[in-house]
Design a protein around this ligand. Structure first.
Ligand code: GZL
Length: 363
C-alpha cells in the first residue's frame, strides 16, 4: 500500500486533471509513434513496499483470446515492473465481478482495472470506487456509466470489426461472381450484452441492411466458447437447409462450428460454407492459413501495457490518457482476392495469411 500522503497527493492531482478535462497522452491510435504496445518491462526496480497495488477484475477464462489478455496483464502488472497485482477471474459471472471490485475497494488498492463482462450494472460500484479515491481503468469491453467514473478505456472498436467483416464478405462475394446471389447468413454471437457482441452485431448488421440479397437467418448466443459455437452450429444445421455464410464472433466459436460441420460431413471454408471469425489469435490464423476460416478480424488483447503506461504517467504527475483509446488491429484472409476494405471510415488492407505472418504473431 502506498503511503497515505503520497496517495492523497496523487488523488488531488488526478481529480484536478479530470476536472480540467481528460488530457491527451500519446494516444496509441492517433500518434503512431506511441502505437507500438508500451513496454511491459520497464526495468524499474521498485522495492516491495513501494509497489503500485492494482486490482484487476477479469471477465473469465472462456477463450484463447481471454487467456492471452490475462497473460498480458499478469506480465504487465508484475512485481518486476513495480506492481502488486490482485487478480480475480470472474468466471463470466457479472455479480461476482462487481463483488471483486468491491473487494479491491476494501483492500484500498491504488488502482482498479476492469474488463467488464457486460455493459450494465456498473454505476453503484464505480461511484463507490470514486468515493474511495481509487482511480479505475476499463479495458477491452465497455461499461455503461458516466465517463467521469473512470480514468480511461483501452480496447477495440467492435462496431468497426463487425463492419469490416461485412465489407470483406461483400468484396469476396463480388470476386466470386456471387454479388447478386441470395446469400443466407447465420450468426453465432458472443456473450449477450457484452460490448464485443453488441458492437460486432451492430457493425455487421449495419452492412447487411445495405444488401437486399443478404438474408440473416438467425443470431444466437454462443458465449464466446467452443462448446457454444458447436451447440449453436448444430441447432442451425437442424433448422436451416441452405446456409452460405456462418459469422462466428470469436475464434473459439468458429472451432466449435467447424467441429459440427465436420461431424455433419458439410464442406466449409475454402471449399464450402464461408466461415468468418473474430479475434485472430494464433490458432485462429492457423485455420485461416489452412483455408478452414475464410476471414478473421483481429481483436487486440494487449490492453494492459497501455494502462500500466498511463498509471506511470499519473504516478509521475504527468498528463493522463485520453478517455477513449482504440488500439490498432488488422484484418486477415485465406485467399489473396480482396486487397482492402473500408473499416471505420478509412481503407484497411486485407492481410493474406502466410507462414511468415503466423510465425510473427504475439498471441
Ligand atoms: C473482445 C473480447 C471477447 C473476445 C472473445 O474484446 O471481450 O471476449 O472476442 C472473448 O474471445 O471471450
Amino acid at each position: 500500500m502506498r503511503s497515505g500522503f503520497l496517495k492523497t497527493g496523487m488523488i488531488l492531482l488526478l481529480i484536478a486533471t479530470i476536472l480540467g478535462g481528460c488530457q491527451n497522452i500519446e494516444n496509441p491510435v492517433e500518434n503512431p509513434s506511441a502505437s507500438a504496445t508500451p513496454a511491459t518491462d520497464t526495468g524499474e526496480d521498485k522495492d516491495s513496499d513501494n509497489l503500485i497495488t492494482v486490482g484487476f477484475a477479469q471477465v473469465g477464462h472462456e477463450s484463447d483470446w481471454r487467456m492471452a489478455a490475462t497473460e498480458s496483464a499478469m506480465d504487465t502488472f508484475s512485481e518486476k515492473n513495480g506492481f502488486n497485482l490482485s487478480y480475480v477471474d470472474s468466471d463470466n459471472n457479472p455479480d461476482m465481478q462487481i463483488d471483486a471490485v468491491r473487494g479491491f475497494i476494501e483492500q484500498k488498492v491504488d488502482y482498479i482495472v476492469i474488463d467488464p463482462i457486460v455493459t450494465t450494472g456498473w454505476t453503484p460500484v464505480m461511484e463507490e470506487a470514486r468515493d474511495a479515491g481509487i482511480p479505475v481503468f476499463v479495458i477491452d469491453r465497455m461499461i455503461d456509466c458516466d465517463e467521469d467514473l473512470y480514468v480511461a478505456w483501452f480496447g477495440s472498436d467492435f462496431t468497426a470489426e463487425g463492419e469490416a467483416a461485412g465489407a470483406w464478405l461483400d468484396a469476396y462475394l463480388d470476386d466470386k461472381g456471387r454479388g447478386d446471389e441470395d446469400i443466407n447468413i447465420a450468426i453465432i454471437a458472443g456473450t449477450e450484452g457484452s460490448s464485443a457482441q453488441i458492437g460486432r452485431s451492430e457493425g455487421f448488421d449495419g452492412y447487411t441492411r445495405m444488401k437486399p440479397n443478404w438474408n440473416k437467418l438467425d443470431e444466437r448466443d454462443g458465449e464466446f466458447t467452443r462448446n457454444g459455437g458447436k451447440r449453436v452450429m448444430n441447432e442451425y444445421l437442424e433448422k436451416y437447409k441452405d446456409i452460405d455464410v456462418v459469422v462466428c464472433q470469436n475464434d473459439n466459436e468458429a472451432w466449435g462450428a467447424i467441429e459440427a460441420l465436420e461431424d455433419a460431413g458439410i464442406s466449409f471454408g475454402k471449399s464450402g460454407i464461408i466461415i468468418i471469425s473474430f479475434d485472430a489469435v494464433y490458432d485462429g490464423l492457423s485455420d485461416v492459413l489452412e483455408g478452414k476460416i475464410n476471414a478473421d478480424f483481429e481483436c487486440n488483447p494487449l490492453s494492459a501495457p497501455y494502462v500500466a503506461d498511463a498509471i506511470r504517467k499519473i504516478d509521475r504527475g504527468e498528463q493522463i490518457v485520453n478517455k477513449i483509446n482504440y488500439i490498432d488491429e488488422s484484418c486477415f484472409q485465406y485467399e489473396d482476392n480482396v486487397k482492402s476494405i473500408m473499416r471505420d471510415g478509412r481503407m484497411a488492407d486485407m492481410i493474406t495469411v502466410t507462414w511468415d505472418i503466423l510465425m510473427e504473431r504475439a498471441y
